[in-house]
Ligand binder design. Structure first.
Ligand code: 6R9
Length: 601
């Protein structure tokens, strides 16, 4: 506990806590009880008060090429104006505010303004459909929605407000605040108000109240095994402590020296913890980019790294594999020598992508921190230290100091080195979820009923001979073939290590003899000829004959959610010759038609 008390000193507390952890109401933990703080003041004002008002907080890059540099002093003024504006609409501590905005500075300002008022925000990813927005707004009973007229996507302005109008028809939302981004024509109804008309005239001073350490900070919806998304609740003091600590320790972030860039969208937990709260609490200077990585060209990210001298770059394996597909000659055209730490998050990173990332982005020497965590954990839990003696491509390695994570068998007993099982977190941590919004039963059932007294993450994991942790994908993605447990990630990794394969997804399909059979979907790299037989042999060579896919289908695309996760459920439908299920959460809903139409063999 001394450890977390020490980490909490990273923050400014108006009232110091009396107890570090009160777990008497487990599984609902309370951290830094009795402590009071304001999250927004910690992220903005205190840096200005400490004399860093002129330091750039955000180098913002718009997709069409427009840019804005925002200093901490300017950010403070904007957040105060927005807080005054929301207060003028009647937003009070405890009221929920939904935010659906593209990656523009106002998104960050809006989140911080809510935090400043103690009004929990619920950010909804910009690509989500009107019905997804509506169900989240209703579940959280949001009073106000903040959105934009439109957003830039692959060089085009696409409408946003029109979808929000459709979503909110007949809802109880009182006010809709609209940021003008694209100039797309919108219809402004009675409850609608323009951000610039509301916020710009407000005074740039606002007295922030100190809230209890356990005051709700935000709700973020994430999909579970059922159709209804869960509203994951996070609170203030413990959350901010752990995101600040991990952002500093895992990335070796040095305020005033580093230029940091996390490529996530604020609609996901990575954007909350590692664009907004962690970096700003640590006085980072960061890049925020609005658009897609290939607009207007495939070197866009590297051009930005070169322009701003980005030193820490944090992204997802799916994007790394996309960069691989585009070719290493693209990053080679830019000066990437400023990069000194690279990060990965979202899924297990296959060794092939790890090596490419290290070689072609990290000049063969930048440490890669593979960070395992979840919406529910709030902050990074398992990651190699950037100064680690040895990196293992594909392994997140060890729990960060202060965190306990163990791999257990069905009975909850820790497995031996070399064995696999389920990942559990057996001690509370400061940024842990404080429940599922409005659904206590689901909270207890999903996370706390599988293993007594421990949090069940839903991921499979393995200890290697050194006791380092390797994540094996979601437990439901672990296949059982003839009684052998094989990870989909392991087979995918073997497939993409073949020069003819750009990307692969593997599912376990029902098989009358072996229980499950392995079915792989592969995207060929460039125009290379792919021999299915050769790939099967390759997997057998990489892992063992037991992992040889029963069937390999060569496809043009894979079905992915908007956060880049492969929807194996849909691939299982194809593999098992079933009618394809619900495709509404796909980033591109036409992909399934392409796959079922183009399946070879
Ligand atoms: C931060 C985030 C959580 C799930 C998690 C796991 C997978 C995330 C990973 C990883 C292996 C990593 N995951 N990071 N698997 N190695 N470094 O992604 O949160 O969207 O809630 O997803 O993502 O399966 O359980 P979230």
């Amino acid at each position: 506990m001394d450890f977390w008390a020490e980490q909490a000193q990273r923050l400014h507390w108006d009232v110091r806590w009396s107890e570090v952890l009160d777990n008497s109401g487990a599984p609902y933990a309370k951290w830094f009880t009795g402590g009071r703080l304001n999250v927004a003041r910690n992220c903005v004002d205190r840096h200005v008060e400490a004399g860093f008002g002129d330091q750039v907080a955000i180098h913002w890059v718009g997709e069409p090429g427009d840019t804005r540099d925002i200093t901490y002093a300017q950010l403070r003024d904007e957040v105060c104006r927005a807080a005054n504006a929301l207060a003028s609409l009647g937003v009070r501590a405890g009221d929920r505010v939904a935010i659906q905005l593209p990656m523009i500075p106002e998104a960050i300002v809006a989140m911080l303004a809510c935090a400043r008022l103690g009004a929990p925000h619920s950010v909804v990813f910009g690509g989500f459909s009107p019905s997804a927005l509506r169900s989240r707004v209703d579940d959280a009973e949001a009073k106000v929605v903040i959105t934009a007229d439109g957003q830039y996507r692959r060089g085009k302005a696409v409408p946003v407000k029109a979808g929000v109008d459709e979503a909110l028809a007949g809802s109880a939302v009182e006010k809709v605040v609209v940021v003008r981004r694209t100039g797309t024509p919108v219809s402004m109804g009675e409850r609608d108000v323009w951000w610039h008309e509301l916020v710009d005239p407000q005074p740039a001073a606002h007295t922030a109240e100190a809230f209890d350490s356990e005051h709700p900070l935000f709700i973020l919806y994430t999909s579970g095994t059922t159709g209804k998304p869960k509203g994951i609740l996070h609170t203030s003091g413990g959350y901010l402590t752990q995101v600040a600590y991990t952002h500093a320790a895992v990335f070796d972030h040095r305020p005033g020296e580093d230029v940091y860039w996390c490529t996530a969208d604020i609609g996901w937990i990575t954007g909350h913890s590692y664009i907004v709260y962690g970096p700003l609490a640590n006085r980072a200077t960061q890049v925020v980019y609005e658009g897609t990585p290939n607009t207007p060209h495939e070197g866009r990210h590297w051009e930005i790294v070169q322009r701003y001298g980005v030193s820490i770059y944090y992204t997802a394996p799916t994007l790394i594999r996309t960069f691989m597909k585009w070719g290493e000659d693209i990053p080679a055209r830019y000066d990437l020598s400023s990069l000194r730490v690279l990060g990965s998050v979202g899924e297990p990173i296959n060794p092939e992508a790890w090596r490419w990332y290290r070689e072609h982005i990290g000049a063969g020497k930048a440490p890669i921190v593979d960070t395992w965590w979840q919406t529910e954990t709030g902050a990074i839990m398992i990651a190699p230290s950037p100064g680690a003696a040895e990196f293992k491509p594909g392994s997140a390695q060890t729990p960060v100091p202060g965190i306990s994570a163990v791999v257990v068998d069905d009975a909850g007993k820790e497995v031996a080195p070399g064995e696999s099982g389920y990942l559990v977190l057996d001690r509370p941590w400061p940024s842990m979820l404080r429940g599922v919004w409005g659904d206590d039963a689901r909270f207890r059932e999903t996370y706390w009923s599988r293993f007594a007294g421990a949090y069940f993450a839903g991921d499979g994991a393995r200890y290697d001979e050194d006791g380092d942790i390797w994540l094996l994908g979601r437990v439901d993605d672990v296949m059982n073939v003839s009684g052998h447990r094989i990870s989909t990630a392991e087979v995918e990794s073997a497939l993409v290590s073949h020069p003819a394969v750009a990307e692969a997804a593997v599912v376990g399909a029902a098989d009358p003899t072996t229980g499950q059979g392995i079915v792989a979907f592969v995207i060929p790299r460039g125009v290379a000829e792919v021999s299915v037989q050769e790939l099967r042999e390759h997997v057998a060579r990489e892992i063992g004959p037991i992992a040889k896919p029963r069937q390999i289908m060569v496809v043009p695309e894979l079905p992915k959610t908007r956060s880049g996760k492969i929807m194996r459920r849909l691939l299982r439908d194809v593999a098992e010759n079933r009618e394809i299920g619900d495709v509404t959460t796909l980033a591109d809903s036409s992909v399934m038609a392409q796959i079922s139409g183009r399946v070879v063999q």
